[in-house]
Design a protein around this ligand. Structure first.
Ligand SMILES: *[C@@H]1O[C@H](CO)[C@@H](O)[C@H](O)[C@H]1NC(C)=O
Ligand SMILES: *[C@@H]1O[C@H](CO)[C@@H](O)[C@H](O)[C@H]1NC(C)=O
Length: 565
């Protein structure tokens, strides 16, 4: 029996082809030419860091601004984020302002803390302070999100009541300080020529509060932590729009640069995975990012603990604080997705600040930087014909181009130590896929990859050309974040029957791709979603799969999505 979500027509809406699309592709093509050389600049120039993007920001709406307003009919997921202890003062999201061009003068008055954007586990602050390991919100009032929704003790997470309690933040992790207290503690007597004892950490900082427990996995660092970070960072500086064209656009204004990432509870090994993809990703996507780890944070703590009368503080003009435990206290991550990134993504989506939400447009700068680093040829798929149905009648399923070639990439785990298919089932799956591709002719291709035998560059290149990514649940599927958006891009994840995990399901959908969970000869797709389950056999080497079911699923999926409705 096959559970199958018949592809229902989504509400019809405007699709914008023609000139605007040509413009998108021409912008992309130009970037191809420009993106030939990448210099890894690991040096950090400490002075005069521009807080503004080096070039005047592009108008993110230049492609679409002459079009009539449209309404997105997709229902945004509305959740309660149980945040406030009192009124939360957020800067109106319609007018996000870029970071100030110069650090404020903190000689006499300490700039007060404010919040640019907040979702559980993700808080973008202006003017946050740290002294002796405590993060300080400097304000004369306490109108801020609840501290436990912003941070935790940063300890490793286990599902026991004691451990859950031990991750609740204390006043040692984060606290409030009034301007008077701050002045008493860190301010010198300026009239007597003394200086205050606050130092600005100039530029824009990512402060990761999590231990190595999850950071050292490719999926968790790239497809969860940085995926969420980029959704939040991009969104916080984006002007909200409900334009449907914007939801399909890959070109948006660049957010301000990020200058440093601080892993406050992880040492240098703690954020690196053993295959080395995390470090590869970080250098490819953010070549100028300075990384500080636990030891550096300890230095900063030690440098401030001058004791009574000689206390110092660091001042962070712009800092995005991320905390896994706090994200899990949110309704979306905590009870629906278990993905910390989903709190960041959903928040920006609900606020209409997630540009290109149906094609991962917000993620495009990262995706593209990694493609270029890997030497991926950025050949682009054809532009959809302007003769497609009248704009007002077109379906959104036609808004994206079909790929030139349907490339099925099967990431085989048969060469690794666990979570493998039954050997004959693997063979039959390959046969069924080969038969499908042979029958379809030149415009289809099957790539069978063993990731462990490829270089990192080759793996990224393979992901970038993939239309259908197929494999047993595992880290190889994290590469889906480097797939190119097309009308039919999809991820097919093979599970031990009855098993399910959210990781690739949520991530695929967050990039606008379909996801199918296969249980031998059944498959399940949105809106049906099984409960998370790790039955006996989930991690084993006897996972069954019925090859012809998978081949038929792919054929049906491509067929149904490629046709005009
Ligand atoms: C709280 O204080 C900040 C400055 O520290 C100020 O910007 C904000 O308006 C105040 N909020 C309320 C509700 O008084
Ligand atoms: C700094 O924090 C530690 C706890 O981490 C505390 O024992 C110590 O008293 C603090 N020092 C000062 C000067 O507040």
């Amino acid at each position: 029996m096959i559970f199958r979500h018949t592809l229902s027509r989504r509400d019809a809406f405007l699709v914008l082809f023609g000139a605007s699309t040509m413009h998108i592709w021409s912008v992309l093509t130009r970037q191809t030419v420009m993106g030939q050389s990448i210099v890894i600049d690991t040096q950090y120039h400490n002075h005069n860091i521009p807080l503004e993007p080096p070039n005047p920001p592009l108008d993110p709406f230049h492609i679409i601004k002459d079009l009539p307003p449209t309404t997105i009919t997709e229902t945004a997921l509305v959740t309660e984020t149980n945040i406030a202890t009192s009124t939360i003062v957020l800067q109106p999201s319609s007018t996000p302002s870029a970071p100030e061009a110069h650090p404020p003068d903190i000689g006499r008055d300490f700039p007060h803390t404010s919040i640019i954007s907040h979702a559980p586990g993700w808080t973008l602050f202006r003017n946050l302070y740290m002294s002796n390991g405590t993060l300080y919100i400097l304000s004369s009032n306490r109108s801020f999100p609840e501290i436990r929704m912003m941070t935790s003790t940063g300890l490793e997470a286990f599902n026991t009541p004691e451990n859950i309690a031990s991750r609740e933040p204390t006043a040692q992790n984060m606290d409030f300080i009034t301007p008077e207290e701050a002045h008493k503690r860190w301010g010198g007597d300026l009239d007597r020529g003394e200086k205050n004892r606050v130092w600005s950490v100039e530029g824009n900082t990512l402060l990761f509060n999590d231990p190595g427990q999850f950071l050292r996995h490719y999926y968790h660092l790239v497809a969860e932590l940085f995926f969420g970070t980029w959704a939040f960072w991009h969104g916080a500086w984006s002007k909200p729009t409900t334009s449907l064209a914007a939801s399909y656009s890959l070109t948006h204004a660049s957010p301000p640069p990020i200058h440093r990432a601080i892993f406050a509870h992880s040492n240098a090994d703690g954020w690196r995975d053993s295959p080395g993809f995390n470090a590869y990703f970080l250098r490819a996507a953010f070549p100028s990012l300075t990384v500080e780890v636990q030891e550096d944070w300890a230095d900063r703590i030690a440098a401030t603990a001058g004791g009574k009368d000689n206390d110092r503080a660091w001042h962070f003009p712009i800092v995005l604080l991320t905390d896994r435990s706090a994200a899990h206290r949110g309704a979306i991550c905590g009870s629906q997705t278990q993905r910390t990134a989903s709190e960041a993504w959903e928040f920006m989506k609900q606020n209409n600040q997630l540009m290109g939400s149906r094609v991962g447009g917000w993620w495009q700068p990262v995706r593209e930087a990694v493609w270029r680093f890997a030497g991926t040829p950025l050949t682009l798929d054809p532009v959809p014909s302007p003769d497609l149905p009248e704009l007002s009648k077109a379906e959104d399923s036609l808004a994206l181009p079909m790929p030139d070639k349907i490339i099925i990439t099967y990431i085989s785990r048969q060469g690794v130590s666990r979570r493998k298919l039954i050997p004959e089932d693997h063979d039959n799956l390959v046969l069924a896929l080969q038969e499908l591709v042979a029958r379809k002719g030149d415009s289809w291709r099957l790539d069978i990859l063993q990731a462990e035998k490829l270089t990192k560059d080759e793996q990224v290149q393979a992901a970038a050309r993939t239309t259908i990514l197929l494999g047993v649940h595992g880290n190889g599927l994290t590469h889906l974040v480097f797939m190119k958006p097309t009308r039919v891009s999809a991820v097919i994840e093979l599970f031990y029957p009855g098993g399910f995990a959210q990781d690739y399901h949520w991530t695929s959908r967050a990039l606008g791709m379909d996801h199918f969970a296969v249980w031998n000869d059944k498959y399940i797709t949105h809106p049906t979603k099984p409960e998370v389950s790790y039955p006996e056999g989930f991690q084993g080497n006897s996972i069954p799969v019925h090859g012809p079911t998978v081949a038929k699923l792919i054929e049906d999926h491509i067929e149904s999505k490629s046709q005009a409705p």
